[in-house]
Ligand binder design. Sequence first.
Ligand SMILES: Cc1cc2nc3c(=O)[nH]c(=O)nc-3n(C[C@H](O)[C@H](O)[C@H](O)COP(=O)(O)O)c2cc1C
Length: 455
Amino acid sequence: MGMHERFQLKSVEDLSDKIRALGIHMPVSVDIDALRQPVRLGDRVIPNSMAIQPMEGCDGTAAGEPDELTFRRYRRFASGGAGLIWIEATAVVPEGRANPRQLYLCRQNKDGFARLLDTIMEIAKAHFGPDHRPYTVIQLTHSGRYSKPEGRPAPIIAARNPYLDGNLPDDYPVISDEQLKELEDRFVEAAELASEIGFDAVDIKSCHRYLNSELLSAFTREGNYGGSFENRTRFLINIVDKIKQRLGDAIDVTLRLNGYDAIPYPYGWGVDKEDHRKPDLTEPIRLVKILRDKGIKMVNITCGNPYYNPHVNRPYDSGPYIPLEHPLEGVARMLGFAKKIQDSVPDIVVLSSGLSWLRHLSPYAAAGGIKEGWFKIAGFGRMAFAYPDFARDVLEKGALDEKKCCIACGKCSEIMRDGGKAGCVIRDAEVYAPIYKAGREGKPPIQSNRLAEHV
Ligand SMILES: Cc1cc2nc3c(=O)[nH]c(=O)nc-3n(C[C@H](O)[C@H](O)[C@H](O)COP(=O)(O)O)c2cc1C
């Protein structure tokens, strides 16, 4: 394993040298034309191979409709040219919201989401012409143990977990099978609303250890939703089946899935039973194959948990601890998961995560990945907050401007932890620097020089 270091790479040659020096495997291509390629998904064509990952702004109205800053963010994304816009975590029940400003899709809020979609389409068309219609996915979520609907933690847990339980009392309840069964229907209702509104797809969020992701690793849970692979995947599969039964092909169903949690077995998904630092993708691959057979055409692969092991989820220069690895190893690991799933299920579109740490060099890894068949669409998260025009610059200028890129400083995540509205503090400073400053006042630093011990 390499030592953690901040980004210092200037050129593609530097990147290739660093890959060699670390002894890792990662695709790089100087020719970035692959990012311009349209991607066929069923009968839809995604206009290019770049996607904006779901990025929560925590800036909806108290009722959960998109608000001023939400509209601003998606206007910027739509004029940025990415072929696919994956709309952020949107709760299906109020008690499952991760913060009091998280979006919440319900009948009363439908018009607000319809206006948001109209805005995205109008702006994309105005900038790129009628042939450019970004593919839109809305991420449906229940925040599970990270629910904070009133701004205070109000965890809803699927199973006890010594690594994540923190101060939860011993008798804290676990969500019941009956409640889970009812919740499945809330996801289906939200999918129906999304279909009425006209989104291309719903994502049944299955990542980052929110409720459904936690269920995938609920090895120790009793009853119908815990223990065996069949039980642990039941919630997700039931939701997919019910949506398909109710809506047929009216809306695509997709998911953002953790390749692995990096949490020890029997509390983590996709991990080697002896050593949780080593992935074992046997179950994730098995799941993706089942979903493919049910008509799912795309899967967005990510990993880790933003609270417990954030460097696994979003390789960074600065964060709550210094990881015991080089950030490029984290990037390569994430791209490697996409590759393993893409290789195992070639007839599905795999979307990759975790490129933003690479800054202006990210298009070369993204294009390399597509050219070498590691994945079919490259996803950009923090980069989109910092540089919403990144895709347009790739398409029109063939390169990114170093001075506009995300610097993986972790401040957008800090805003979230502080309960503020999230965005890029560095590149979008006029709006977000004051929010960041106000949120930090009187609080101990989140960023730390402590070495990671647990991951
Ligand atoms: C402020 C912030 C908000 C995020 N919100 C979401 C979200 O709503 N849903 C999701 O699946 N991932 C979310 N993520 C994770 C990103 O989508 C992405 O996976 C991660 O930042 C790594 O990709 P990157 O290197 O391109 O940033 C969020 C990340 C950050 C920093």
